[in-house]
Write a protein of this length. Structure first.
Length: 344
């Protein structure tokens, strides 16, 4: 009996010493303020590998990469090249005003760091991963013509960092956003509270987008977004529907009140021979997946991107009481044939 007790005690001690859950061994999130670095005469030699890699992409983001191929002073650092380009592109008053606004709104990032810390702990535990990307804040100067602008993020192929354009999170009613072509439904996500969730969404897609997408039809795209939002809901604290989809409370109430009618709309289109769900036509992606004022064929009270919300509802119904795996073949046909989605 004594030997058995000693053996059990030995096993417990070994377990404590050698086994550590991922969330206890996870490194601190590092937030780098490249926006501040660029505003000062910073020694490029002090930058780490991620920051140097980021600066190359940042040059493209702000359309300054052309300077690299010109006969610039050999003593100029990348920082000085960027400074020259930005001051040539933007009036000093605009340059300084935007930098000051960012400084005032993001003067304290403790909560953001804490939220990222929690998100990546949960991310690693859920997906059995061990990532620890650096968070890099930058000022993108509202570069509307950049291909990156639609997201406001810069990510490398190896996901070693997440570059985040801070001017995209100044508050939905900020004066900088009051331009004629920028609709309210886009400005609604330009809130500081969306920074971590949108960052994690872009990171997840960059890391596992190919594994999550199972086809080219509208239903495949809907369920792709359903999986994305399912994962985000698991890894982000307080990831409520408004934060997830950028809907107002009024729009969300409409969705839940009319969920059965929304699903019936797509089913009736199939029954009438006008296939939408199983079509790969890009026009349906614009109507039901991409940001818009409302969803085509539905009342004006409906939000845009209704396909993403519906995909999340369908996938959540399917995966309930199942163990989620990132590499599992959750095909659209498998999910629909399971008949687990039964909107009330």
């Amino acid at each position: 009996m004594n030997k058995l007790i000693f053996f059990l005690f030995f096993v417990i001690i070994c377990h404590i010493i050698f086994y550590q859950p991922k969330n206890e061994t996870y490194s601190d999130v590092v937030i780098s303020r490249v926006d501040k670095i660029i505003d000062h005469n910073y020694n490029v030699k002090k930058l780490n590998r991620q920051e140097i890699s980021f600066l190359g992409k940042y040059l493209s983001y702000v359309n300054c990469d052309y300077l690299i191929n010109q006969n610039v002073d050999k003593e100029d650092s990348v920082i000085k090249i960027i400074q020259k380009c930005l001051h040539n592109k933007y009036q000093d008053s605009y340059y300084d005003t935007l930098a000051e606004e960012i400084k005032n709104i993001f003067y304290n990032n403790d909560q953001i760091k804490e939220d990222f810390q929690s998100a990546f702990k949960n991310y690693n535990n859920l997906l059995q991963d061990s990532i620890n990307p650096q968070i890099i804040f930058f000022n993108g100067f509202f570069n509307y013509y950049s291909p990156f602008f639609s997201t406001g993020f810069i990510l490398p192929e190896d996901n070693s960092y997440i570059g985040i354009a801070l001017e995209m999170f100044l508050g939905r009613n900020h004066e900088f956003y009051k331009v004629s072509w920028l609709p309210q439904y886009l400005r609604d996500e330009f809130q500081k509270e969306y920074l971590v969730s949108r960052s994690m969404k872009c990171f997840l897609i960059n890391q596992y987008g190919q594994e999550l997408l199972m086809g080219e039809r509208l239903i495949d795209e809907m369920l792709y977004w359903g999986k994305v939002h399912f994962v985000l809901n698991k890894i982000l604290n307080n990831y409520h529907d408004t934060l997830a989809f950028g809907f107002t409370k009024k729009e969300l109430d409409w969705c839940y009140k009319n969920e059965k009618r929304i699903w019936r709309f797509f089913i009736e289109e199939e029954e009438s021979g006008n296939s939408i769900l199983f079509s790969s036509g890009t026009e349906y992606f614009y109507k039901y997946i991409n940001p818009a004022g409302h969803s085509k064929g539905m009342p004006s009270d409906s939000p845009g991107m209704i396909g993403r919300w519906l995909g999340y509802r369908i996938f959540s119904s399917y995966i309930k009481n199942k163990k989620f795996k990132i590499d599992a073949k959750y095909t659209s046909d498998l999910i629909l044939n399971s008949k687990t989605y039964k909107p009330q």
